[in-house]
Design a binder for this molecule. Structure first.
Ligand code: HEM
Length: 537
């Protein structure tokens, strides 16, 4: 017995340490009560976390904290705090949380999930230099042509709108990054891209990835017992082959002197300045392609859903577009200036259903003091965009889709409230991590919103008995950028004359497309040729 006595203080020490693990350290912002070891892990929402985070914000305030074991999360449901911490102090709040599986797959070279490292800084410098407003304007012809194809495809197969907007977003970003378009969703290369993206999203999904970051000891499990390690290895090989192939195709074309102005050509042409190794170039393209294909298409799926659910707003926007554009031509980007209601509708959609309800988490790389709170280094910072945009103190009836609010005040807020921390591009994030695709995304949104409202009526579908099938504007899938669950609706041309104009414009865009129709398989070439045969509307 005596031989165990010296171990008693050690055992007591371990018990105290374990009990402390999970408790909220002094100085942290308040938050839900914690329990030993787990902290708040037992009440951490496993689905649609933005709802619970917003509920907690109403109880604990615009800045509160959560404990997951020893890890700390600070949730900001206060635009001023997000601005102060993430925009103004971005030198210490631009890191990303640890993401072990992401590291395994991309080895720190995926810009979106990368830590705040010299590699990230190199890639970010390149994207800031390449994806400028001017560069996006230069790529307008292909964006417009792709938007015309979207409208044209909706005439032919409106029931496929969910994947048609994915094809549109993918083809635009593929063209501008690699100089190569994707004429149809079902093409093997396009299908493979979306399949690889699905695998990446599934592997990065919190249920599997957070567990390993939470219990780092799991990293030591040998590969033969760790399915996630095998999956990560497989995905890494698939990604390297796919994105490496696209990179080599661009390099080959450049060698043959067949440049078509893609951003990858700019990157490769300015190699010395950007100083990226092969894998950085490969993941640079991958990051852009993934972010560009997924996000904008989710925005359009939401757009259709919300307009189907809000016919009055749809009608008002159509009346404005008809007044400005008329019946004889399709809208152009310049028209938007004369459409205050359509601009308000776009802003309201960003507010009502932000693409990333919790943005993408940041992480502190040094301790911070803010509003009397102490935020240690390594704290995950989540901006609860959903909670900010649903704040009834800021917005009158925030749960209603009401574009008019943006005609009343600059940021759609109640008159007289302090809205100085809000800005129109808030849904695109903060500080040094703010979305570098914002100009491209806004350009795609502006063109398509005008086109689709000018051309189509988006209504509830009807069942066999002719009864309308209501849409559920809360039925979303999971993820950092959750898309609406697939839904049925009816998309019909507003007039036969407009359908004919779309067809004419689609045929006229052949020349713009042809510049990007490189490396198409015989099946794709045949599809493209057949799609350019006139049809009856
Ligand atoms: C509706 C469209 C889009 C929305 C709402 C959106 C939103 C966002 C948000 C909220 C972030 C996180 C910012 C932060 O951490 O503070 C982000 C990051 C990012 N976005 Fe977008 N995005 C969109 C389209 C695009 C497009 C078209 C591209 C590519 C051309 C793109 C590329 C990226 C990249 C690479 C990052 C990571 C930046 C980094 O970590 O440094 N996004 N986006």
């Amino acid at each position: 017995m005596a031989s165990f006595l010296p171990l008693i203080p050690l055992a007591l020490g371990i018990v105290v340490l374990l009990r402390r693990r999970g408790s909220r350290e002094k100085g942290l912002p308040p938050g839900p009560p914690t329990i030993p070891l787990l902290g708040n892990a037992h009440i951490f929402p496993s689905a649609t976390p933005h709802y619970k985070f917003t509920e907690w914000a109403r109880k604990y305030g615009g800045i509160y904290s959560l404990k997951l074991g020893t890890d700390t999360i600070v949730v900001l449901t206060d635009a001023a705090a997000a601005r102060d911490l993430l925009d103004k102090q971005s030198e210490t709040t631009s890191d990303r949380p640890d993401f072990y599986i992401g590291e395994l797959v991309t080895q720190g070279k995926h810009m979106t999930v990368s830590k705040y490292t010299p590699t990230w800084k190199t890639m970010r410098k390149a994207v800031t230099a390449i994806l400028t407003q001017k560069a996006v304007t230069e790529q307008l012809p292909i964006q417009r042509a792709e938007a015309i194809q979207l409208a044209y495809n909706l005439l032919r197969s409106p029931q496929d709108f969910y994947t048609e907007v994915q094809r549109f977003s993918h083809s635009v970003i593929l063209s501008v990054i690699y100089g190569k378009r994707a004429p149809r969703y079902e093409a093997p290369q396009t299908a493979q891209f979306f399949d690889v993206l699905r695998q990446w999203n599934a592997l990065a999904e919190p249920a599997s990835s957070v567990l390993i970051d939470f219990f780092p000891i799991l990293k030591l499990v040998p590969e033969r017992w760790a399915k996630w390690k095998r999956q990560a290895k497989h995905l890494r090989a698939v990604q390297r082959a796919m994105y490496g192939g696209l990179l080599s195709e661009t390099e080959e074309r450049m060698r043959r002197g067949e440049e078509n102005g893609s951003y990858m050509e700019v990157l490769l042409g300015r190699q010395k300045e950007f100083n990226m190794d092969e894998e950085m170039k490969l993941y640079f393209g991958a990051t852009m392609l993934e972010a560009g294909s997924d996000t904008t298409s989710i925005w359009f799926q939401t757009f259709v859903l919300i307009l189907v659910a809000n016919p009055e707003a749809q009608k008002k926007a159509q009346e404005e577009i008809d007044r400005v554009v008329g019946e004889d031509r399709m809208p152009t980007p310049e028209d938007l200036e004369k459409m205050p209601y359509v601009r308000a509708l776009i802003l309201e959609l960003h507010r009502f259903r932000p693409n990333n309800p919790l943005s993408i988490p940041h992480c502190t790389s040094a301790p911070r003091e803010y509003n009397g709170y102490y935020i240690p280094a390594g704290t995950m910072i989540i901006v609860n965009l959903w909670g900010i945009f649903q704040d009834p103190e800021l917005y009158e009836e925030p749960e209603k889709f009401n574009p008019d609010r943006y005609l009343l005040t600059e940021n759609g807020t109640r008159p007289g409230v302090d809205a100085s921390a809000l800005r129109h591009n808030l849904p695109f994030g903060h500080g040094r991590r703010i979305c570098p695709g914002v100009h491209l995304a806004e350009s795609s949104i502006n063109i398509n919103v005008m086109n689709l409202l000018w051309a189509f009526d988006m209504k509830q579908a009807t069942d066999a008995a002719g009864n309308p099938i209501p849409v559920d504007t809360f039925n979303y899938l999971e993820g950092l950028a959750p898309p609406p669950a697939p839904f049925k609706c009816s998309i019909t041309p507003r007039t036969a004359a407009k359908a004919k104009i779309i067809e004419r414009e689609y045929f006229a865009a052949t020349e713009t497309f042809s510049k990007f129709e490189v490396g198409l398989s015989p099946e794709e070439k045949e599809f493209v040729a057949k799609s350019r045969v006139p049809m009856d509307f």
